[in-house]
Write a protein of this length. Structure first.
Lengths: 490, 295
């Protein structure tokens, strides 16, 4: 009937649907909201307590702060007290992903930066000769929204609206690289923390790009990781699985500059060292892929001794799980790893599971749960403790990198003695300071001929913790940093 | 020429069948909505992810078996579908197609940001629905298949059988097919087309919820996971014949299996490319798609 089209009343079916909908929402909502409310309250309380303790006199935590302040003063600002009050603040721009799929990693950076800035400000700030004063640091946030377009807008906002003196941070190479032309155009000092060497190098990766002179890359590059992976498997895995023949290697990596640079770093090292490694399978997967079954089936058929599944956390976990639990990779015959440093976050240890994850290895300059036996142990413990007290969580590699970057920039500004951007860029070239959280070669942070820092990477192996019912890492390579020996599953 | 063992091809076919099952459910839902209302809802992938999260939360906090918790998700997403239809697509029906497209885009952003705001603070990384069958694998000679996959395939085809029964044998199903074939004629014959619109949207959303719940059992997901599957589902219904549920079923299977073999033979970079290449080929030789509308 034509009349039916005009008015739409609720029919029985619609009413039933509406009731079911309300029931579903109430059931899901109530079960979700109740336990979460308690957690929110706990987090808020922790933050308030931390702030009170940090600034309040006579509090136990004040001792820790004092200790940190003294140490940092020695490292960054070894000068007399200011003679006049600060006239302006140092404006730092953190360019990272605060919304979108990568927001949790960006949040790690934001938190770590807050800690670093609070530490420096708590001791008075950074002495800048031009002002003859200690200047406080103020951080401005540029949210790249986990996208290239967002990165460009965020960089513009930091430069034009916030008028920052230095830009730093970031987690996705693609986003930082998208923002780079804007930064170059405005000649802003930039200390990126994603991994691609293209931040400072020419397209062929062989030399420093003079047009990127304002960029000082503070992160281990894919080339470094790839090279270290080759070193590790030759030294540790080959004697066990292929003592009399070349070690058979399968690569499955993310189709991006990030994944390709890992692979390239591996290839270059194999060629350079003439390593007895045979590449029996190689393929790429798109960013955010979660189904690797067809590729792993093919890799399995190639009968490799080592499988390198290199991707972000959201790719690494399903790739390893599918390889072991569904395809049938036997870890006594095929070693899985080292995995990417970016997977070294709490959910990896929690979600990978014993059957899939035990005995796999991971390569990184920072570990959520452990650290090398030599080097930066105290400072790392302090940072980890402070982070956990303040945010109720543990920091990851990207947070640690951003924390270090703040100190490096503070040091450069002190050396420059001015907030003039050209002078800060020159000072960054001359930075030479003790390593902070991430272990660097020789224990001193300096930017080399590529404007990069060379890191001491280490391999951790995953073991099952019966008490926690989660995986936990132990540093097993290189031997001088190792806390345990590599164990090959039988 | 390199000889490829048959068991490898069988294993790859199996992965294709599993992915194809998700596509079938997703595309069938879209086909119903498009067939009846002729609206383009790109936010179908977000309905799928809402369904996945409802199953995840329901099973996580109530301890329900996720295959049972899926029913809560189905009811919830059907409700969301009804709201979207009544206050969104229903209001702009008959307007220019561009309005529908922009409404879809708005819905994608609203759903993604809403889920991002509510869920990401507590579950920062992609989540996986914990299955009681997780880790249990049936080994058929050298082919491995998880019990979850067997269950998934069984659920998919049971749901599709029910759907076909509903469309063929019930009055409402027949009315839906009538509206799909000729809306005006159906209305003249006394079919309450507005009611049929709502039922169609709810059913399409229900299928998205089932697809999301099954996807979440085998693959980690986050609020942003739904966009690409929804685009593929659109390609599938174009391939199968716009508005044809049978076309969606056949198209979904072709896509899933083609993707698997593309990855196996050509590499991971070809996963999405090959599926769309098939679409172009089919449209070149059969522009109306594999099946006519209403099939």
């Amino acid at each position: 009937m034509p009349g039916n089209k005009g008015k739409v009343g609720l029919t029985k079916l619609e009413m039933v649907l509406a009731v079911l909908f309300v029931i579903a929402l109430v059931a899901a909502g109530a079960s979700w909201a109740m336990p979460r409310a308690a957690e929110v309250q706990t987090v808020t309380e922790t933050i308030v307590n931390t702030v009170t303790k940090t600034i309040g006199p006579g509090e136990v935590v004040t001792e820790t702060v004092t200790q940190t302040v003294e140490k940092t003063l020695t490292e960054t600002v070894t000068v007399a007290a200011p003679t006049k009050p600060p006239e302006r603040k140092i404006r730092l721009g953190l360019l990272t992903s605060l919304t979108g799929p990568a927001a949790p990693l960006g949040e790690d950076q934001r938190r770590a930066v807050e800690i670093a800035v609070d530490e420096i400000n708590a001791m008075g700030g950074v002495f800048v000769r031009e002002f003859n004063a200690f200047l406080q640091i103020e951080v401005f946030y540029g949210d790249d929204q986990t996208s290239r377009e967002g990165a460009v807008s965020a960089a513009r906002k930091l430069i034009t609206q916030d008028q920052v003196d230095v830009i730093f941070g970031g987690l996705g190479s693609a986003f930082g690289m998208a923002a780079l032309p804007v930064i170059q155009e405005n000649k802003i000092p930039y200390v990126p923390t994603p991994s691609t060497p293209l931040f400072t190098r020419t397209e062929d990766l062989t030399m420093l790009d003079p047009e990127k002179y304002m960029v000082f890359h503070y992160q281990a590059t894919g080339l470094m990781y790839g090279a270290a992976m080759a070193d590790f498997v030759v030294e540790v895995i080959k004697p066990i699985l292929a003592p009399d023949r070349p070690l058979r290697i399968a690569w499955l990596y993310q189709d991006s500059p990030f994944g390709s640079e890992y692979f390239r770093g591996y290839q270059l090292r194999v060629e350079e060292m003439n390593y007895p490694l045979e590449l029996v399978y190689e393929d790429k997967f798109p960013v955010r892929a979660t189904d690797f079954r067809a590729q792993l089936t093919e890799a399995f058929a190639a009968n490799p001794d080592v499988l390198f599944p290199i991707g972000f956390l959201g790719e690494t976990i399903p790739a390893v799980q599918q390889a072991v639990l569904e395809i049938g990779f036997d870890k006594s015959k095929t070693h899985i790893g080292p995995l990417c440093a970016c997977a070294d976050v709490v959910p990896f240890y929690k979600n990978l599971g014993r059957e899939a994850g035990e005995y796999t290895t991971l390569l990184a300059p920072f570990s959520t749960y452990t650290q090398p036996v030599k080097g930066v142990t105290e400072r790392v413990q302090e940072f980890r403790q402070k982070y956990q007290e303040r945010y109720g969580a543990l920091p990851g590699l990207l947070g640690a990198s951003a924390y270090d970057a703040v100190y490096i920039i503070a040091r450069a500004i002190y050396l420059a003695g001015t907030l003039d951007k050209a002078a800060i860029i020159e000072a960054l070239e001359d930075v030479k300071m003790d390593q902070i959280l991430l272990p660097v070669k020789g224990g001193k942070i300096t930017f080399d001929e590529f404007n990069e820092v060379e890191f001491d990477l280490f391999v951790t192996q995953m073991f099952w913790d019966e008490t926690l019912q989660e995986l936990r890492p132990k540093v097993i390579w290189p031997s001088e940093l190792a806390e345990a020996e590599y164990i090959h599953p039988s | 020429m390199v000889e490829i063992p048959v068991y490898l091809l069988a294993q790859v076919f199996l992965w294709g069948l599993i992915n194809g099952s998700i596509y079938v459910l997703l595309a069938a839902g879209l086909a119903i909505i498009f067939g009846v209302m002729k609206v383009i809802n790109f936010a179908h992938g977000e309905l799928m992810i809402i369904g996945a999260y409802l199953t995840f939360f329901a099973s996580l906090y109530t301890g329900l078996n996720p295959y049972i918790a899926m029913l809560i998700s189905v009811a919830g997403v059907a409700g969301v579908g009804v709201i979207v239809q009544r206050f969104g697509f229903g209001k702009i029906r008959g307007a220019a197609k561009i309005n529908e497209i922009f409404l879809s885009i708005a819905l994608i952003l609203i759903f993604q940001n809403l889920m991002g705001t509510l869920i990401i603070p507590y579950f920062k990384d992609p989540v996986l629905i914990k299955s009681p069958l997780a880790g249990k694998v049936l080994r058929l000679g050298i082919i491995n298949i998880r019990y979850d996959f067997i269950t998934m395939i069984a659920i998919t085809w049971s749901v599709m059988a029910l759907l076909f029964f509903f469309l063929k044998k019930t009055d409402t199903g027949r009315s839906m097919r009538a509206v799909s074939q000729n809306r005006v004629a159906a209305q003249l014959m006394g079919v309450n087309v507005d009611r049929i619109d709502i039922i169609s949207f709810a059913m399409g959303s229900t299928l998205a919820a089932v697809a999301g719940s099954l996807l979440g059992l085998i693959t980690p997901f986050d609020p942003y996971t739904g966009t690409l599957p929804a685009i593929k589902a659109f390609a599938i219904i174009i391939l199968g014949g716009l508005g044809s549920v049978l076309g969606a079923v056949v198209g979904g299977l072709i896509y899933g299996i083609a993707e698997g073999f593309a990855v196996f033979f050509l590499g991971g970079a070809w996963r999405d490319t090959v599926a769309f290449a098939i679409l172009i080929l089919v449209l070149l030789f059969r522009p109306e798609g594999l099946f006519r509308e209403g099939a």
